[in-house]
Design a protein around this ligand. Structure first.
Ligand SMILES: Nc1nc2c(c(=O)[nH]1)N[C@@H](CN(C=O)c1ccc(C(=O)N[C@@H](CCC(=O)O)C(=O)O)cc1)CN2
Length: 295
């Protein structure tokens, strides 16, 4: 029997686990506050930001909604971030990606105060993660590690193949998985669009993590029986005249081979949002110097 890993349930556990920390902060007179900055009219980005704000409301985090005209000059975004950096009532800053083409995402990321960088994208936070001393683990990779743990998947000594080398998922996830922490110690292969013989790399893995942004790239023929499959993809495609959400994994064919698999929707996506709450609470605790227990 294949275990379909329920990301909604694991995310709910993370949210529940944050309640004590949020109470501790509240008792100290501090309300964790996250500013979301949206400079896009892409419906998917609008949906993600509004889901993140709902999540905040649900757990007692204050959400500040900042929306900028997608055609505004890049400087307007940089100034907005600078104002949020300087505002002591804001603990976390999230700039929803992607930003418009006329804005360099690395320039925006560098503008965010590393102490408020709850995405973990700032070079200082990336450097700390690579050095094995992360403050903010990026939300999606952190969510993937939590899902593996919840499914009872041991990473130590496992062969993990990651398909995708993005700065948001593939690269940080590879660094976390090769790290010496309890959720690391794996042997990691990172594949990408120039990788030769991808099926050979996925077939030899104990765990396959698909994060390439290519709908249904990984199917059952590319897997060995008993593989754990984590699908990070969230792709909108037209099927029978309707818009449907699919992952980077062909779920039905992969499920026939997998020991455990995440669905889309309801797998990694909810975990990305839950770990953003986690990082916001952590950022608040560090700034307020109020120690909290994190799940
Ligand atoms: N600043 C950031 N921008 C982006 C990030 C990020 O981590 N930080 N990641 C992605 C998108 N993303 C977060 O913003 C994200 C993707 C998917 C979901 C999610 O909950 N998906 C649901 C389905 C939602 C739907 O119906 O469309 C699921 O998979 O069940 C949340 C967040 C790019 N940008």
């Amino acid at each position: 029997m294949t275990d379909v890993i329920d990301g909604d349930a694991v995310a709910a556990d993370v949210r529940d686990g944050l309640a004590g920390a949020i109470r501790t902060l509240d008792d100290a007179g501090v309300t964790p506050t996250l500013a979301t900055v949206l400079m896009s009219d892409d419906p998917a980005s609008e949906t993600y930001v509004s889901m993140k704000q709902q999540d905040c409301a649900e757990v007692g985090i204050e959400a500040r909604d900042v929306e900028l005209d997608p055609e505004a000059p890049a400087e307007e975004l940089f100034e907005t971030v600078a104002d949020l950096n300087a505002d002591p009532s804001v603990n976390g800053i999230l700039v929803q990606m992607p930003v418009p083409d006329h804005v360099e995402d690395r320039d925006v990321i560098r503008t965010i105060d590393p102490a408020k960088d709850v995405d973990g994208f700032h070079p200082e936070n990336v450097g700390r993660l690579v050095a094995g001393d992360p403050v903010f683990k990026p939300c999606t990779p952190h969510g993937v590690l939590k899902l593996l743990d919840a499914a009872g998947v041991e990473t130590e000594g496992a062969d993990v193949t990651i398909v995708g080398r993005s700065n948001i998922v593939g690269k940080p996830l590879a660094n976390l998985l090769i790290g010496k922490a309890d959720d690391g110690n794996a042997t990691v292969t990172v594949c990408h669009s120039r990788t030769e013989n991808l099926p050979e790399k996925t077939r030899r893995a104990d765990v396959v993590i698909a994060a390439a942004g290519v709908p249904e790239l990984v199917d059952g023929s590319m897997l060995t029986d008993g593989t754990v499959v984590i699908d990070v993809g969230v792709n909108r495609v037209e099927r029978d005249g309707e818009s449907t959400l699919v992952g980077d994994v062909d779920f039905e064919s992969a499920k026939s081979k997998a020991r455990a698999i995440t669905p889309v929707p309801g797998g990694v996506g909810p975990m990305t949002r839950a770990m953003l709450l986690y990082n916001t609470v952590k950022a608040t605790s560090r700034q307020a110097e109020v120690p909290v227990d994190l799940p």
